[in-house]
Design a protein around this ligand. Structure first.
Ligand code: ITT
Ligand code: MG
Length: 192
């Protein structure tokens, strides 16, 4: 095996978000078996990479073992990339029916969805990051309001919520990040 972190056969994905978990399970099916623990992790302020690395270190400490975590951002060009990692708090306050109003004073509705996975072997180890981005537009909610801002993020004429799951996973920020993780996993999974 190439030098670097080892990965157990069962990857422990730490998240409290059921929709995220379902997508990750669907995309990684047949690649690696996923286990899930819901640990309430503190999320710091900082760049996307700083937030995700810190979240991963905390998760590894909390479970005292190897972990996979993920942090999702939604960034608006007109707002100089904010809210970014803080989108969760805007969603909690505004909800999917009002989030588009954040850009109502701006002609530029460009939005980028960014997904950053981090894997860490255990406490004291440096996390490895895998990032995927999808460019789209922030629009008025269209489609089911089941998952976060899916109904407000439009990619090539359709919101994520108007796509079926496999269609979203093919072009999504999460799908792209997991393509990179899958490539890396090929050389890393511990066969012992
Ligand atoms: O336990 P964790 O994994 O941290 O789960 P979370 O729900 O706190 O997730 P984040 O910290 O990554 O915050 C991202 C926010 O964006 C939402 N979100 C994440 N992925 C999404 C996707 O693919 N489509 C729409 N909304 C998404 C999610 O519901 C949150 O409001
Ligand atoms: Mg979170």
């Amino acid at each position: 095996m190439a030098p670097g972190p080892t990965v157990p056969k069962h990857l422990n994905f730490i998240t409290g978000n059921k929709n995220k978990l379902a997508e990750v399970q669907a995309i990684l099916e047949g690649v690696i078996e996923l286990r899930n623990q819901n640990v309430d992790l503190v999320e710091i302020q900082g760049t996307i990479e700083e937030v995700t690395r810190d979240k991963c270190r905390r998760a590894a400490e909390a479970i005292q073992g190897p972990v996979l975590v993920e942090d999702t951002c939604l960034s608006f060009k007109a707002m100089n990339e904010l809210p970014g990692p803080y989108i969760k708090w805007f969603m909690l306050s505004l909800g999917p029916l009002n989030i588009h109003k954040l850009l109502s004073g701006f002609p530029d509705k460009s939005a980028t969805a960014i997904c950053t996975f981090a894997y860490c072997e255990g406490p004291g180890h440096e996390p490895v990051l895998f990032q995927g981005k999808t460019d789209g537009l922030l629009v008025e909610s269209r489609g089911p309001t089941v998952f976060g801002w899916d109904s407000c993020f439009e990619y090539e004429g359709k919101t994520y919520a108007e796509m079926d799951k496999s269609e979203k996973n093919k072009i999504s920020h999460r799908g792209k990040a997991l393509d990179k993780l899958k490539e890396w996993l090929k050389s890393r999974v511990d066969e012992e």
